[in-house]
Design a protein around this ligand. Sequence first.
Ligand SMILES: Cc1cc2nc3c(=O)[nH]c(=O)nc-3n(C[C@H](O)[C@H](O)[C@H](O)COP(=O)(O)OP(=O)(O)OC[C@H]3O[C@@H](n4cnc5c(N)ncnc54)[C@H](O)[C@@H]3O)c2cc1C
Length: 434
Amino acid sequence: MDNIHDVIVIGAGFAGLTAARELAHAGKRVAVLEARDRIGGRTWLDERMGLNLELGGTWVHWTQPHVWAELRRYGIGLAPSPTPQNAYWWNGTRAVAGSPDELFELLDRPNELLAARSREVFPQPFAPLDSTLLADFDGVSLLDEIDLLPIPAEQRALLESFWTLNFNGRIEDAAFTQALRWVAITNGDWKVMFEACATYKIAGGTKALAEAIQADTAADFRFGADVRSIDQDGDGAVVTTADGAEYRAESVVLAVPIQTLPRIAFTPALPVAVESAAEQGQLGLGTKVWFTIEGEHPAFVALGGADWPLNFFQSEYVADGKTFVIGFGPDAHAIDPADTAAVQRILNRLVPDAKVLESVGHSWVDDEYAQETWPMHRIGFLTESLPALQQPHGRIRIAGSDVADGWGGFIDGAIDSALKAARAILIAAQPVAV
Ligand SMILES: Cc1cc2nc3c(=O)[nH]c(=O)nc-3n(C[C@H](O)[C@H](O)[C@H](O)COP(=O)(O)OP(=O)(O)OC[C@H]3O[C@@H](n4cnc5c(N)ncnc54)[C@H](O)[C@@H]3O)c2cc1C
């Protein structure tokens, strides 16, 4: 098989797929090296408990311009999650049952106060991040900022849990700037931000969009190709996989989660700032669990304590006398997704009579090709790490949701960063006018 290409794309998540399509459309010979046996990366629609369930990334929104453009391009629509009828929450000392509007009302003022300066710090959320204001804010922890707010204890408890959900991780070291950027990008409206995060799925699942992009590229896909080294010399780059196969190309798009970079040996080494960003990693180290409960229940949401192993629940489907529910928690190692009894114990703190029948999930944190869920930034990431990650490293360009502007962390960010990486390679390859 021919192992010489113009560009090697490493990773077939949304970033890798998009980069491969762009480069192949421009006439480049492209190979995509993917360690898994499937495309999609941290999105994965798979049959569990009798239904096709999204085990990873799921929701998209029209405020996310890059993924929205892809959906329109391939004629793929949306599948709305059900509108919740009931809400349950932990007020810091006891469980409360009420309406979703009441829960939103409790979260409204705290979020308004928290994100009041979002548009000031991020006047243009996709623009390069060079303001001195940003430097001031990027050293601030989200939790410290929540602590400063003049709000009652119940609202503080709910706000902490809400942002623990958004980070899918502990928020002690969470960057306040990440929260501000999310709200800024939905024009300063935290409710639209939350709608973008958990309301509209892709019709046919993330798989439908990933397959549409893959079908639209002439790139040569190699699965089970776990890249372990990248050596650059004057002529190009040699990429070697775990089975010893070597691939040569002029350029490389490295579209893997940054947490996985230490698995690859780089010659020359990557800059210290990149190595240190990879070593420190992202804060999205939590879990997503799917489970069924007995009976067909009206749709509900539930927000538990920030330190619970599962702190948020959202029911998604009813079928065959069962209700399918998603649970999120901040620490992948605090609960085993298959431990039905543990899931039931936590759910029953808020929804006393619910009987959990079955539960499943994929541990992204223990998955060596991911090692994180959605990439949420620690303090200082935007100012200390992102600029270095976005630079070219010789013939290598890093792409992916981890290194995106704007909707970094989301499918949208993965696509955005890949469009930029592919464009940069195409521009660099053009003959210089004399
Ligand atoms: C539980 C969960 C829920 C989420 N919810 C949402 C959501 O609702 N909406 C949203 O927009 N986003 C969500 N996200 C985030 C979103 O899924 C990701 O940000 C996005 O899919 C990342 O795309 P990517 O291409 O940058 O990286 P990835 O999808 O991680 O793709 C990287 C690819 O590189 C491969 N790879 C890694 N190392 C190597 C190697 N050495 N050699 C070869 N291949 C390698 C991996 O196998 C993978 O296929 C969620 C993520 C998770 C995990």
